[in-house]
Design a protein around this ligand. Structure first.
Ligand code: ADP
Ligand code: MG
Length: 587
């Protein structure tokens, strides 16, 4: 909410209407829609105060009708009680209410001046009752709705989703995959309580799949007709679940089309959550106060950003990675702390202290293709969006009751939904309480007999051949080497502060043996703020590709938090080959 009303806009009214408040009869509200958003001008005793909702903050709008059950109708934008909220109330004065209501849902930036910036939900409900029959009032409400929807569509103009050659696919649905075991095991509840209501407000149809075991999600995206989920695939879990999706898609014979067509997204429910944090960091969204809401808003925004992937090759396998390749200290913590999973994030801290006391180093040969001039590095920044705001279906097939002080959608929040995802919260939901059978309900399964990772061809020599002559090669002892292509490898580790989703860079963080325990502790503490790069024996090298050949055992090789067989490993960047949802334009 912008207290000064965003007055600098070319605020030419598209629609304007006056509303009255019940409780304070002296108040009237002039509500004006302009190309930049909704202005709510409160007039009282000659004084005027204007609030403003930017069109970018609106996530959806619905027309509704009162079914006459309630004895008090409300046009209420009140969720929060602070003064910035606008209240527009009218009396319920007729048992056969023929008013049409328009609910506009927005998430507004709050506390901008303070440290705890966050986005708060705001619902503005407008009651139209100029005519004495519902249909005419509905027409007026629909006129507002269509204008708001057009503005929401216009903000995505110039950005296109790659369309398939025919339209036999239902391109407007989302697949939500939930790992009920991720993090501290609350992902299902998080979906029902916090994510589903946002999807409903934004009129996003979705199918829900609860994973029943490791690799369930990977098999699902490898074998299903994924194009019916044209709006994309969301994972609610940790980075490990996203790793499954990316690699499952890479196992498809049509992997290229799949990556062009699909937009991915993550709602952080795991113990790492590096991708979710990195997206909000790059787009400057206030993640900390409510990571779930911020990540869900990315999805309903419809905006998508290209993201780099990295092809990782060991002696025995190829995988695609979006987060990091680690070896040495941090990788060891990641793997060895698994046994403390129940503790969530603190497990990392506890294990870190234990490992710091017995600090190890490992010999290795490290070769890399350094990027000398970062500015001229390849940059493919396809900022695109799926144009999916078809806010056309009016909810008037069954009358909707509007209770005073109660957003219709909040009713969903208060329902008991621990075990089943009832159809009341989703128009199209499949899910079985018996998890093991849940994915049998997914149609159009394509079985492929040969499963292997496909994806773009490698441009570097295979591990069996020497590295190119222009690569730099060092052979020494390292405490750790951690390559990252996102800024954050977990919510609280800003490993590569300059990294962008689509910069075409692998940021190679090298900690050499010889670092004192005190300096290494300082390094670890500085990781949360990204100020760890000026410490002796610590170096960050931007590269296109690297090869790491451990010359002893003892450590782990971890890709996106997943353990790989210990062997020589090489990695190369594949710029911008996938897309993720992000509320704001990525840099
Ligand atoms: P976290 O961040 O807590 O590790 P993830 O969602 O990344 O959570 O998942 C951790 C691991 O669990 C991944 O390797 C994933 O493949 C696996 N997994 C996914 N679904 C299930 C399931 N239903 N039961 C057990 N493991 C699962
Ligand atoms: Mg990057």
């Amino acid at each position: 909410m912008d207290g000064n009303g965003g007055a600098s806009d070319a605020a030419v009214p598209i629609l304007e209407e006056t509303f009255y408040a019940l409780s304070r009869k002296q108040y009237s509200y002039t509500v004006t829609l302009t190309s930049s958003g909704l202005y709510l001008k409160k007039n009282f005793n000659g004084a005027v105060k204007t609030d403003f909702i930017h069109v970018n903050d609106i996530i959806g709008c619905k027309c509704m009708r009162n079914n006459g059950k309630s004895n008090d109708c409300a046009c209420r934008p009140v969720k929060n009680t602070n003064a910035a909220n606008c209240q527009v109330r009218v009396p319920y004065d007729d048992s056969t209410d023929c008013s049409a209501y328009l609910c506009v849902y927005a998430y507004i930036l709050k506390n901008v001046a303070m440290k705890n910036e966050r986005r708060d939900k705001m619902t503005v409900t407008l009651r139209f009752r100029n005519y004495n029959n519902y249909n005419d009032n509905l027409k007026t409400a629909q006129k507002w709705k269509h204008s708001i929807s057009s503005l929401m569509r216009a903000r995505s103009e110039g950005r296109t989703i790659v369309a398939l050659p025919d339209n036999r696919y239902l391109a407007n649905r989302l697949l939500v995959i939930v790992n009920p075991k991720s993090g501290v095991g609350k992902a299902r509840e998080i979906f029902q309580r916090k994510v589903a209501p946002i999807l409903i407000m934004a009129d996003v149809d979705y199918d829900l799949h609860i994973t029943c075991m490791q690799n369930d999600a990977r098999n699902l995206v490898r074998t299903s007709n994924i194009y019916k989920w044209g709006r994309g695939i969301i994972v609610l879990g940790g980075d490990g679940l996203m790793f499954e999706i990316i690699n499952g898609l890479m196992e498809r014979s049509d992997w290229q089309r799949a990556f062009e067509y699909l937009t991915l997204a993550i709602i952080p429910g795991g113990s790492g959550n590096g991708l979710a944090k990195s997206i909000s960091f790059e787009t400057n969204e206030p993640y900390t106060e409510d990571p779930i809401v911020i990540s869900a808003l990315n999805i309903v925004s419809g905006n998508r950003c290209a993201m780099d992937l990295v092809r990782v090759e060991t002696i025995s396998q190829v995988v695609y990675s979006f987060l990091s390749v680690g070896w040495g200290f941090i990788a060891d913590i990641d793997i060895e702390s698994e046994r403390l999973r129940i503790l969530g994030s603190p497990r990392f801290t506890i294990w870190t202290i234990a490992r710091l006391i017995g600090l190890r180093s490992y010999p290795a040969r490290l070769s890399y293709n350094k990027i000398d001039n970062l500015d001229s590095n390849i940059k493919i920044n396809n900022f695109t969006a799926s144009s999916f705001y078809d806010c056309q279906d009016i909810i008037d097939d069954g009358p909707v009751s509007i209770e005073f002080g109660m957003d219709p959608l909040e009713e969903f929040d208060s329902r008991e939904r621990v075990e089943s995802f009832s159809s009341a919260i989703s128009k199209r939901t499949f899910m079985s309480v018996k998890e093991a059978t849940s994915f049998q309900s997914i149609p159009d399964v394509v079985e492929e007999s040969d499963i292997w990772i496909r994806g773009p061809a490698s441009k570097i020599p295979p591990l069996s051949e020497p590295v190119p002559a222009d690569w730099e090669v060092v052979e020494e002892e390292f405490v750790m080497i951690h390559a990252s292509y996102l800024s954050h490898i977990s919510e609280d580790v800003l490993l590569a502060p300059d990294s962008k989703l689509n910069d075409g860079v692998i940021w190679l963080l090298i900690v050499r043996n010889g670092i004192s325990r005190a300096n290494f502790l300082q390094f670890l503490l500085a990781l949360s703020s990204g100020t760890h790069l000026n410490i002796p024996n610590v170096e960050m090298v931007p590269v296109r590709a690297f090869r790491l050949e451990p010359l002893s055992g003892g450590s782990h090789i971890v890709v996106d938090g997943e353990l790989l067989k210990h062997s020589p490993v090489q990695a190369e960047i594949m710029p911008g080959i996938t897309n993720v949802y992000a509320r704001q334009k990525c840099s």
